[in-house]
Design a binder for this molecule. Structure first.
Ligand code: CTP
Ligand code: MG
Length: 253
């Protein structure tokens, strides 16, 4: 039995506003997708459990460029032993991209012993191997859907938004102690995630309906999702400011 990861890198990065698709944008000499892939493959969970199959979803017009970024990570000569690496075209939404990655995983005979799958965003390039390992271990400990989450530090208010209106009335202050800001990698029993994506497939091609994370699809099935401690370093890069923050020096693990 082994672990696979679907690394989503098919987005355009419209809010980042770079000339390259977000996953190809450099951060300290490596592209975001290369950072994310290396961190996933470097994780060692208990019992030497680790990612052995990596499926990367790429923008359809940048399959080769994404594959080049991952050159050398697969095969027996790669830094992490025998890794199966697949690069596939993503879809119109993140949900559709993950579904495309899962379809490629299910179709590859080299992945026939995979029973746990992580889904991770290239937009979180510095999620450390220790976080990846924590998620794998929680799934192996019997939690079939696991997300990393951090306590929310801002006060959160629910408002009544109206299109075109810039001043919004507050409906309530949401009790903060119950809130978690959820990150990736998210980890699943493969069978459960496949079922969740099949169940949610009708919404996958419409950004307004598609799930923004995979755990959301599991919730729609009525199954329990579990939260483990997240990590600040797994912060998502959305804007140019986020990229500048990610480039700041941090303490090593
Ligand atoms: N993603 C994907 N396929 C899509 C859309 C997004 O694989 N059709 C991936 C992105 O590459 C990213 C992750 O999903 O790793 C989270 O998406 P987001 O941060 O929104 O990235 P983008 O969609 O690229 O950015 P933007 O929304 O600003 O265009
Ligand atoms: Mg997006």
């Amino acid at each position: 039995m082994s672990v696979a990861a679907v690394l989503t890198a098919a987005g355009s990065g419209s809010r980042l506003g770079h000339s390259l698709p977000k996953a190809l944008v450099p951060l300290g000499g490596q592209s975001l997708v290369a950072h994310a892939a290396r961190n996933l493959l470097a994780a060692r969970a208990a019992g030497d459990d680790r990612v052995r199959v990596l499926v990367v979803t790429a923008p359809a017009f940048h399959l080769d460029a994404i594959a080049r970024e991952l050159d050398g990570l697969d095969g027996p000569d790669g830094p992490d032993g025998e890794i199966v690496l697949l690069v596939v075209a993503g879809g119109a939404t993140r949900q559709a991209s993950v579904a495309a990655g899962l379809a490629a995983l299910a179709a590859d005979p080299r992945a026939s012993d995979v029973d746990v799958v992580l889904v991770h965003d290239a937009a979180r390039p510095l999620a450390p191997p220790s976080l990846v390992a924590r998620v794998i271990e929680a799934v192996r400990d019997g939690h079939p859907a696991v997300v990393p989450g951090l306590p929310v530090t801002d006060t959160i208010k629910r408002v009544a938004p109206h299109r075109g209106v810039t001043v919004e009335p507050v409906l309530e202050t949401v009790p903060r102690g119950e809130l978690r800001a959820v990150q990736t990698p998210q980890g699943f029993a493969l069978e459960l995630l496949l079922r969740a994506h099949t169940h949610g497939a009708d919404d996958a091609h419409d950004e307004a309906l598609a799930a923004s994370d995979d755990a959301g699809l599991v919730e729609r099935l009525g199954e329990t999702v579990w939260v483990v401690a997240g990590d600040e370093r797994a912060a998502k890069i959305t804007t140019a400011r986020d990229l500048a923050v990610a480039a700041l020096p941090t303490e090593d693990e």
